[in-house]
Design a protein around this ligand. Structure first.
Ligand code: TGC
Ligand code: FAD
Length: 394
C-alpha cells in the first residue's frame, strides 16, 4: 500500500479551482482512498478488474461525467479531469475503465447517436447497469486505424459486420461495443462508420488477453465479428468518417493527461516520504543527499508543469477552444512525465521499489500501456509536428 498519499500543490494551484471543482476532487479522492487503495494491489496480482466498484462509481457520477441530461452529472471538463486524476492515482486500469465507458462509448452515443440510441443506452451506461467497449484497433492496424480491415456490408435493412479487433479494454465485460468498420462497396471501400453492437449478437465473441504485465487490474480483449447482422438502426447516424472516431479519442486522451498526474503524484508522495525516513551513511535520511534531492526536484517541477498544462487545456476545453493538437501535447507530455517519475521513485526506494508493498512498480508497468494506447508517444510527436509544420510525417 505504501505511504498515505500527500497532496502535491507546489504552485498553489488549488486556489485556481472553484469550490465545486474541489468538492468533486474530494469525492473522488475519498472514493479511491477508502475503496481502491486497500484492494488494488491484490487485484493487480490476481489480474482482476474490480467490477464491484462499478455501481458506486455510477452513483458518484463518474460515467459520462461531462454529459448534460440522461442521468449524467454534467460536470465541467476540469471537474472530469480531477476525477480521472484521482482514479489513476489509484490505478491506471480503473481510470481506463472509466475513460472507455465515458469518452469512448457514452461520448459517441451522445454526439453521433439518434434520440432513440441516447435514450436506450445513456442512462444505463451512466449508472453502470450496462457496460461498453470501443473497437477501433485491429491486429494489423494500431497507430494507423485508416487501414482497418473490418467491413460493414449493407443488406436490405441490415448491415453485416466482419472483422477482428484487438487490445479492447472491457471487451469481455461489455454489453455494447462501439465498432468502427469500413462500408464495403462493389469496387472501392467506402467511409468508416460507427456501429452500436450488442455483444450477445450471433457471431460476436470476445476473448480475454492473458499474460499482461501492465494494466492487470483492467480487462483487455480481442473481439471477433463473424457475419454479425445488425439492423440499420445500429449505425450511429453521425459517425460517418474516421474523423468521428478520432474525435472520441480526443475525449479519452484529455482524461489521460489528468490521470497520468495522479499516478505521478502517488509515486512522488511515496518517494518523498520514503527518502525522509530511509537512513544510509552517517545515519542520515537519504533525502539529505544531493543526488536524491535532484530526483525529487525533477519530479516536483515536472508534476507542477503537467498540472499547469492539464488545467490550461481543461479551461480551453470548457471554453470550446481546445484543439486536438493541444490535447496531444498534454497526453504526450504528461504520460512521459509520469513514467519518468515512476522510474525515479523506484530508484529512490532502492530494492523496496520493486516490491508490491509500494504502488510504484504497478504504476510504472501500467504507464507503459498508457504511453502506447490512445496514440503512442511518437504518434503524438508526429501529430504535433504536423500541426506546427503543416506537413504530415505519419
Ligand atoms: P488524417 O488524414 O490526419 O485525419 C483525418 C481527418 O481527421 C481529422 N483529425 C482529427 N479530428 C479530430 N480529432 C483528432 N484527434 C483528429 N486527428 C485528425 C483530420 O483533420 C482530418 O480531417 P479532414 O476534415 O481533413 O478530413 O488521418 P490519418 O489516417 O492520416 O491519421 C492520423 C493519425 C495518425 C493522427 C491517427 O490515425 C491517430 O490518431 N492514430 C492513433 C490511433 C489511436 O490513438 N488509437 C487509439 C485507439 S482507442 C484506445 O487506445 C483506448 S485505450 C483505453 C483508454 O482510453 O484508457
Ligand atoms: P503500432 O502501431 O504497431 O506501433 C508500434 C511502434 O511503431 C510504436 O512505437 C509506434 O510509435 C511506432 N510507429 C508506428 N507508426 C509510426 C510512424 N508512422 N512513425 C514513427 N513511428 C511509428 N484500442 C482500441 O481500439 N480500444 C481499446 O479499448 C484499447 N485499449 C487498449 C488497452 C491496452 C492495455 C493497450 C496496450 C492497448 C489498447 N488499445 C485499444 C490499442 C492501442 O490504441 C494501440 O496499441 C495503439 O494505438 C498502438 O498501436 P499498436 O499497438 O498496433 O502499435
Amino acid at each position: 500500500m505504501g505511504f498515505k498519499f500527500q497532496n502535491f500543490d507546489f504552485l498553489h494551484l488549488d486556489s485556481s479551482f472553484s469550490e465545486d471543482e474541489l468538492l468533486v476532487r474530494r469525492t473522488a479522492r475519498d472514493f479511491v482512498d477508502d475503496n481502491v487503495i486497500p484492494i488494488i494491489e491484490q487485484c493487480f496480482r490476481e489480474g482482476r478488474f474490480p467490477r464491484e466498484f462499478v455501481p458506486t462509481m455510477g452513483e458518484l457520477g463518474f460515467f459520462g461525467a461531462t454529459i448534460e441530461g440522461y442521468n449524467c452529472a454534467g460536470m465541467s471538463n476540469v471537474e472530469y479531469g480531477l476525477v480521472m486524476q484521482e482514479l489513476e492515482r489509484g490505478d491506471s486500469g480503473l481510470r481506463s475503465f472509466v475513460s472507455v465507458q465515458s469518452a469512448l462509448v457514452m461520448y459517441p452515443i451522445f454526439t453521433f447517436g439518434s434520440d432513440e440510441q441516447k435514450k436506450a443506452w445513456l442512462p444505463a451506461l451512466a449508472s453502470g447497469e450496462k457496460l461498453g467497449c470501443f473497437g477501433l484497433t485491429e491486429p494489423g492496424f494500431g497507430s494507423n486505424p485508416a487501414g482497418m480491415t473490418t467491413r460493414a456490408r449493407k443488406s436490405g435493412s441490415e448491415y453485416i459486420l466482419n472483422g477482428e479487433k484487438m487490445w479492447i479494454t472491457s471487451g469481455t465485460l461489455a454489453d455494447v461495443a462501439v465498432i468502427w468498420a469500413k462500408l464495403e462497396g462493389d469496387d472501392n471501400d467506402g467511409p468508416v462508420l460507427g456501429f452500436l453492437v450488442e455483444t450477445d449478437r450471433t457471431g460476436f465473441s470476445a476473448q480475454e488477453v492473458h499474460g499482461k504485465w501492465s494494466l492487470r487490474a483492467s480487462s483487455t480483449s480481442g473481439l471477433s465479428l463473424q457475419d454479425v447482422h445488425v439492423p440499420a438502426t445500429s449505425l450511429l447516424p453521425g459517425a460517418t468518417s474516421l474523423k468521428n472516431a478520432l474525435m472520441c479519442l480526443n475525449q479519452a486522451r484529455y482524461g489521460i493527461s489528468w490521470g497520468a498526474i495522479g499516478a505521478a503524484m502517488d509515486c512522488y508522495s511515496n518517494a518523498l516520504q520514503y527518502a525522509k525516513t530511509r537512513k544510509q551513511f552517517r545515519n542520515e535520511p537519504i533525502a539529505g543527499h544531493q543526488l536524491v534531492q535532484e530526483k525529487l526536484v525533477w519530479m516536483a517541477s515536472e508534476i507542477s508543469k503537467a498540472q499547469l498544462l492539464a488545467l490550461h487545456v481543461g479551461r480551453l476545453k470548457d471554453a470550446g477552444r481546445a484543439g486536438h493538437q493541444h490535447i496531444s501535447m498534454a497526453k504526450r507530455n504528461n504520460v512521459w512525465m509520469a513514467l519518468e517519475c515512476a522510474r525515479l521513485a523506484r530508484d529512490i526506494l532502492g530494492a523496496n521499489g520493486i516490491a508490491d508493498d509500494y504502488p510504484i512498480m504497478r504504476h510504472m508497468m501500467n504507464l507503459e500501456s498508457v504511453k502506447t494506447y490512445e496514440g503512442t508517444h511518437d504518434i503524438h510527436t508526429l501529430i504535433l509536428g504536423h500541426d506546427i509544420t503543416g506537413i504530415a510525417a505519419y
